[in-house]
Structures are given as structure tokens and as C-alpha cells.
Design a protein. Sequence first.
Length: 163
Amino acid sequence: MPRQIAPRQADAVDSTNVERIFKDWDVVVDGCVTGEIEAGLLVLVAVGRNDSAATPASMAEKIAHLRIFNDDQGKMNRSVLDTGGAVLAVSQFTLYGDARGQRRPSFVQAAPPDQGKAGYDEFVRALQSLGVRVETGVFQAHMSVELTNDGPVTILLDSEKLF
């Protein structure tokens, strides 16, 4: 069943939805698995029209070191790097859907496809350069994403630090 994401502010830029998972997850495009990990993070990535060239690397740094995995005392003190987990990065421009005052969402704050792909690819490269194993979906493809959320823990990050 699709998850509902709260409407975005019109001036928001790069946004990610980070979900902690503990079982196998995968992305399937046209019947073929394009990315698959066991434990780690599912990161839904949206690139905004107003993103800077530095945004993907700063978001990757934040996510690689985000302490949302439990330590031995059950406190969220460990990052995906600490646990040796992986990231499944999936592009999802619909995080920019703004349905305020209307029934059909507007996506005007999402980056155009060429800018979106460049930002998404740079985000993946930046995570990999930090030592995180990254699997991906396919940019602009219709995907089936399967996961088991752990907790559940879902964190919304925004490059403008609006939330």
C-alpha cells in the first residue's frame, strides 16, 4: 500500500525520506531486481529545482552518519557506517508533491529530469565515497519497492533544514 507523504513547502529543496529496515528489501523494474540489500537504509531521494551542486554531498554525509540504529543499550547511537549496513537509494520526485488547496499534486519544485538525474547520481557517488555500500533503483522508471520497516523508524531530511 502506498505511503502518504505530507505536502512540501513550495520553496523546499533537496529532500530525503530515510527508513531503517532489517530484512531484505529490493527494487524491481520490469520484473528484474535492480537493487537489493539486507539491513540498512532505504533512502527515497528527491532533487529540488533550487538545489546547489553541494547539496547531494552534504545530504550523503548527513545520512551516512545519521545515528538511527540501536546500540547495546537500545539507544539510537549507531549509523549505517557503524553497523556495516547498506543503502538502497531510490529516486522519488513525488516527495515534492504539493497538494495544498488542490486535489492533484503539483511537482513544480522538483528538479527537471536532467538536473534530477545528475543530483541523484552525485548523491549515490558521495555515499559510496564515504564507504557506504549503495544499491539503486532506476531513475525515471516505474519501480516496485519492497521493504520491512524496522521500528518503524522514518526520518525526513531537507537540505534547507526546514524540518
